[in-house]
Design a protein around this ligand. Sequence first.
Ligand code: AMP
Ligand code: MG
Length: 345
Amino acid sequence: MSRNNSRTLIIISLILLLSLTGLYLCHMRNTEASEDFFAMDTIMSLQAYGKDADKALADARAAILNLDTALSVTNKDGSIYKLNSTGSCDLNDDLQYLLERSIEIKEMTDGAFNICIYPVIKEWGFTDGNYRVPDEAAVSELCKLVNASEISVNTTDNTVSLSDGAMIDLGGIAKGYASMKVRDILKDRGINSALINLGGNVCVIGSKPDGSPFSIAIKNPEPDDTGVSTFTGVLKVSDKCVITSGGYERYFEKDGLIYHHIIDPSTGYPADAGLKSVTVVSDDPTLADALSTAVYVMGKDRAVDLWHTMRDRFELVLLSDTGELYITEGLKDCFTSEFEYRIIK
Ligand code: AMP
Ligand code: MG
């Protein structure tokens, strides 16, 4: 080989080596990414593993911020604000999905989940933080309005309209839907391992990068004797959503009584069905979010009846007001707790 030839070979090898190193470093840089931000009134934390995970998470974050505007009851730029203030608005895919699912889950839960609850939520001051215990007669009138409210989804002219005086609040389902959108975006970008935590609404894609399941701790509403937060239990899951609701998440105190933000549509008052916390585990985060709110209203016995009719679609972890812990049978191999618990069959 001539001197010139061997020099060319060395240069080509060097270029190849540098490109490969660059590619490797680039790949390494993008295999693990995280995003933490505030949206939908809560802290959101996304973690993804895989090529270009950072770009996938940036897209997911943008999608959540868009939904936050669209679905907020107070953001004047969003569809829900327009719908509530004028009685109608344009329909889009997000809204159609959310409204159709909300109507389906209202029927499934005999009205325990009802997004038309908004006039009552507003009266209690949960929307603006100006908390007050409303007049009983006012609650009773608003309750009648809630239960008579109708939502018309018109796919011919792509509009939504509400019956007179009706107003909706997607606070009980929006985060579940947002986690479904994030899951879809990440999967479309080829991410097959991720932890999506939207303020305690957790959804995981696949397993951890080492192949083991993700551990999702369920917060114990009661801190320990020293005031430190503890956990009711831990779920080890892959490809699942774990969504929790409880009155302890948002409440105010007046004259020694606690009033929380999950309202029983049949009374207009904070639900008082004997549960302190409800966790729903499902493949379907929109269902899990709406059901966690509904089951808190329904109480254990009604919730178990519902579970018996559709046990292939969700599982439950229930903590009662008196401290009893229950799980449905499908969780028996993935749930652990330092507390005693009963298995519902
Ligand atoms: P979550 O934290 O998912 O249980 O949702 C609680 C939120 O759902 C509240 O802050 C309200 O915005 C809304 N909400 C309260 N009660 C109901 C109800 N019975 N049905 C539907 N949404 C509700
Ligand atoms: Mg919910």
